[in-house]
Design a protein around this ligand. Sequence first.
Ligand code: UDP
Ligand code: GLC
Ligand code: MN
Length: 358
Amino acid sequence: MERSALSETEAFVTLATNDRYAYGALALGQSLRNSATTRQLAVLVTAQVTQAMRRQLTMVYDHIQQVDPLDSHDTAHLALLARPELGITFSKIHCWTLTQYTKCVFLDADCLVIKNVDDLFDREEFSAAPDVGWPDCFNSGVFVFRPSDETHRGLLQCAVTQGSFDGGDQGLLNIYFKDWAFKDISKHLPFIYNMTSSVSYSYLPAYRQFGNDVRIVHFIGMAKPWLYSYNVNTGHLQPPEGIGSQHDEELIKRWWSVFTSQIKPRIEHEQECFLSFQLLRNVGKDLANQFGEMKLDDSTASARSSSPRAGQRAWERGEIDYQGADRFDLILDQIKSVIEKEDTEEMEKTPENENKTE
Ligand code: UDP
Ligand code: GLC
Ligand code: MN
C-alpha cells in the first residue's frame, strides 16, 4: 500500500476520560506531530471531557471519538495495584471499535513520543513491550492492534467471565492475549518503545547507557507530569504533593517543554478570547478552571479545598462544586496572585520569599 493510503487507514490512538488526562493527551498528540508522523491521530473521550478541552484536542487530533465509560469497579484487585482510580481504564478496550482504521497503535495519555515511531505499524496485533514489574506480562500503555468488532465483543465477554487480575485493562488484556509471553518474539516490542520512566530509579546504569535511544517515554504511576508544579520562568520543578518524585527530572521537563511552548499558548489564546465575553456566557469557564489546576506554579492549585489532593480527587470524580470554591472569579484571583508573586520573586529572590509558596 502507498504511504498516503496508509496515512488514512492507520492511526495512533489514546484515551482521556477526564480533562486532567486530556492534558496528557494534548502533550502526547503534539509530540507525535513533532515526530512528523504520517499516520492519523485519534483520541477516545468520555462525556466528562469538557467542550473547551475538546476544542483543544481538535487542534492536535484528526478524530475525537466519544465512548461510554467502562469501569471494572474491581476495588479488590485495584487495591493490590494500589491504584483505586484505574478501573476506568477498561474504557481503553473501546479502541477496538475504531474499525475505520485497519491497524492502530494505542498509547496511554501519559506517554510522550521522543522520536518517530511510525515503524510500529510494521508490527502485528498484538504487539507490546514487557512490563517492568512482571516481564512475562506486557505493559498495556503502548500496543499495536487491529480494530475489530469481533475482538471488541470478545474482550467485553472476557471482562464479564474472567475479569482482570489487576482491576484495570492491563490485567484483562494479558488474559485475553495470553500467548503473547511465549508464542512470537516479533510481538515483543523493544523497551525503548515504552520506557517506563521510573527505571531511572530502578536501573539507572541501563538508563545511562541506553537512554538516548528511547523513542517513547511512559510516565507510569501516580506522579503524572501534569501534577508536578512547574515554574515556566525559572524552570523550577516540584514533585506532586503527597506523592513525591517518581521520574527522571529531565524527562518531566521534556513533557513540560512541549506543553509550555506549543499547548499553553493555544489555551491562553482561547482564554483571552473568552475573557471579554465572560459575563455574557460561560464558554471557556471549564478550561479556565482546569488551567488554574494545572499548577503552572505550585500556588496555582485549585481553591476547591485546603488539600489540593482532595480537591483533585473530587474534581476527577466529576463532583459538582456546590459551594462555588472553583468559581471563575476565585480562579482568576488565584492566577493573578501567582503572576504578581512571580514578578515579585523575580525582583527580590530571598529565601523568605521562596517559603511563601503555600
Ligand atoms: N485514563 C483515563 N482516565 C483516568 C485514568 C486513566 O483516561 O482516570 C487513561 C489514560 O489514557 C491513561 C491510561 O488510561 O494514560 C492508563 O492509566 P495510567 O496511565 O494512569 O496508568 P499507569 O500507566 O500509571 O499504570
Ligand atoms: C498499567 C499500565 C496502564 C494500565 C494499568 C491498569 O500499569 O501502564 O496502561 O491502564 O496498568 O491495568
Ligand atoms: Mn500509563
